[in-house]
Design a protein around this ligand. Structure first.
Ligand SMILES: C[S@@+](CC[C@H](N)C(=O)[O-])C[C@H]1O[C@@H](n2cnc3c(N)ncnc32)[C@H](O)[C@@H]1O
Length: 229
């Protein structure tokens, strides 16, 4: 067996910790309104996800050090389209380990989130993280979103399925009563070339570029798309 070079191992751990802390500072600078309690919840996410991700893959293992930029801040970027009013209800379709639902629930403690995924062990990770940070405004369900009958003001989603399929599934879950600054509907985080996906909804869909809000390279191609339903 190769001897473990403890100096190299320590140096890699230091490098990772520097990346994680620098991204955490960037995130906090973009959301200066976070209370001490919310900051503590966000601080706790890296050790929790690093630990869970080693057992159950919810984030690409190579990307875990980018948790705060690529996953937490990206999730919070959804609020650039709409900051939900207190008392709103939101379903996250295909939440995986809790994205975007968990970061959004931390940011908006008076909005109720329902996180759904068809893979039970991923839901288990989200539940464990939410419990560990004392998140009270989230519920979880292991099911296909097609089976969820609950009604919500909004459905959110990241990296799950093409827009047309999301619209088809989410429509049944949207409440008629309105209480937000935008009519109820679907808000999702999308990357890359979207023209084709948006085409059938071009008269209703609104999209914004996250690069107009976050200057880091990662956000160059990232968009938030809203479809009223
Ligand atoms: C690429 S992962 C993204 C997870 C998370 N949204 C994120 O951004 O990290 C896609 C997730 O969608 C879930 N999924 C796909 N189709 C689904 C459906 N019809 N109902 C519920 N979950 C679904 C998968 O199980 C998987 O966890």
């Amino acid at each position: 067996m190769e001897p473990i070079n403890t100096n190299e191992t320590q140096s890699a751990a230091n490098d990772q910790s520097a990346i994680v802390n620098s991204q955490l500072s960037i995130l906090k600078a973009y959301f200066p309104e976070l209370t001490d309690g919310q900051q503590a919840q966000i601080d706790a996410l890296f050790p929790l996800y690093a630990d869970w991700n080693a057992k159950i893959n919810v984030i690409s293992r190579k990307d875990i050090e980018n948790l705060y930029l690529h996953h937490v801040l990206h999730s919070l970027g959804l609020t650039k389209m709409l900051r939900f009013k207190d008392g709103s209800t939101v379903m996250d379709i295909g939440t995986g380990g809790g994205f975007p639902g968990i970061p959004l629930a931390i940011l908006m403690p008076d909005v109720q989130f329902h996180l759904v995924d068809s893979i039970g062990k991923k839901i288990k990770v989200g539940q464990a993280v939410a419990e560990a940070i004392g998140l009270k405004n989230v519920t979880f369900r292991h099911c296909r979103a097609e089976e969820e009958k609950g009604l919500f003001d909004f459905v959110v989603s990241r990296a799950v399925m093409p827009l047309a399929d999301l619209v088809k599934i989410a429509r049944k879950n949207i409440k008629k009563e309105q209480q937000n600054a935008l009519p109820n509907g679907l808000i999702c985080l999308k990357g890359g070339e979207l023209q084709h996906e948006i085409l059938p909804f071009r008269n209703q869909a609104v999209s914004l570029n996250l690069s107009d809000h976050f200057k880091e390279e990662f956000f160059q191609t990232k968009k938030v798309v809203y479809v009223p339903l």
